[in-house]
Design a protein around this ligand. Structure first.
Ligand SMILES: Nc1ncnc2c1ncn2[C@@H]1O[C@H](COP(=O)(O)OP(=O)(O)OP(=O)(O)O)[C@@H](O)[C@H]1O
Ligand SMILES: [Mg+2]
Length: 244
């Protein structure tokens, strides 16, 4: 059975149709890459899946349960967790405190909470920064913190919104390794929005292309990137995605 089913999802913002009739089925343990031009509706799709926005049409079924209209908090507690394209940690807290706060969703006991947060901070490579203020982190560190806050909630489905954006190639490799390991070791299902095509090609089992709020196509990374419609709608248009 699929871990996640998006059935006929649609949403409009004051007349602008941001998503139309989106159907997606994600298998347990799958890594699904999501690509498409700026404004295609990728982040909106995550907002709809994770409860930040209620779709006008359709429904979201997570692990056999209809979660449409539940709050983001309840969906996260159920095991579906997302990262934000724009990171917003609590500035007055340290790195490990930010992660502890996220972990509270799943763990109540305070001592275990701290230990778990420290473990997650180590795992994303932020160990040396654990007791520094979140505001002191450079971009790459903020990205890792965003990932750590999501992992602290022990997701079964993790949705990543451009976790590699703003990282130089040398900083991307360890994040990609961590993501691959999350699936291999922990069986986490991943949906990741990404403009860096090298990463999409390397990590995805399957790629979904969104264009103007619709699913243009899905398929293997090779099939999708050689599809003339995809080249036309997205890959051919470059400038904004030139850093792949
Ligand atoms: N809360 C909102 N209110 C009004 N319009 C919105 C809202 N969120 C998104 N939009 C619009 O919906 C469309 C899709 O936006 P979205 O952020 O989902 O695109 P995206 O594919 O994530 O783009 P990018 O690659 O630039 O991150 C855009 O036209 C955007 O301006
Ligand atoms: Mg976006």
């Amino acid at each position: 059975m699929s871990i996640l089913e998006i059935e006929g999802a649609g949403i409009a913002f004051r007349g602008l149709r941001a998503l139309s009739d989106v159907d997606i089925s994600v298998e347990r343990g799958e890594i699904l890459g999501i690509i498409g031009p700026n404004g295609a509706g990728k982040t909106t799709l995550f907002n709809v899946i994770c409860g930040a926005l209620r779709p006008d049409t359709g429904r979201i079924v997570f692990d056999g349960r209809d979660v449409t209209g539940l709050t983001p908090d309840r969906i996260a507690r159920a095991g579906m967790v997302r990262t934000f394209q724009l990171m917003r940690p609590f500035a007055s807290m340290t790195v490990v405190e930010n992660v502890s706060l996220a972990a509270q969703h799943r763990l109540r006991a305070r001592r275990r909470l701290r230990a778990w947060a420290s473990e997650v901070v180590e795992r994303v490579g932020l160990g040396p920064w654990a007791h520094r203020l979140a505001t002191e982190l450079p971009t790459a560190g903020l990205k890792r913190l965003e990932l750590a806050r999501a992992l602290a909630m022990r997701p079964t489905v993790l949705l990543l919104d451009e976790v590699l954006a703003g990282l130089v190639p040398a900083e991307r490799a360890p994040v990609l390794e961590l993501l691959a390991e999350l699936r291999e070791r922990d069986g986490v299902t991943l949906l990741f929005i990404e403009h860096i095509m090298a990463a999409v090609m390397r990590l995805s089992d399957r790629v979904l292309v969104l264009d103007q709020g619709r699913v243009l196509t899905t398929g293997s990374p090779e099939d999708v990137t050689s599809d003339p419609r995809v080249i036309d709608a997205y890959l051919g248009e470059e400038p904004t995605h030139a850093d792949s």
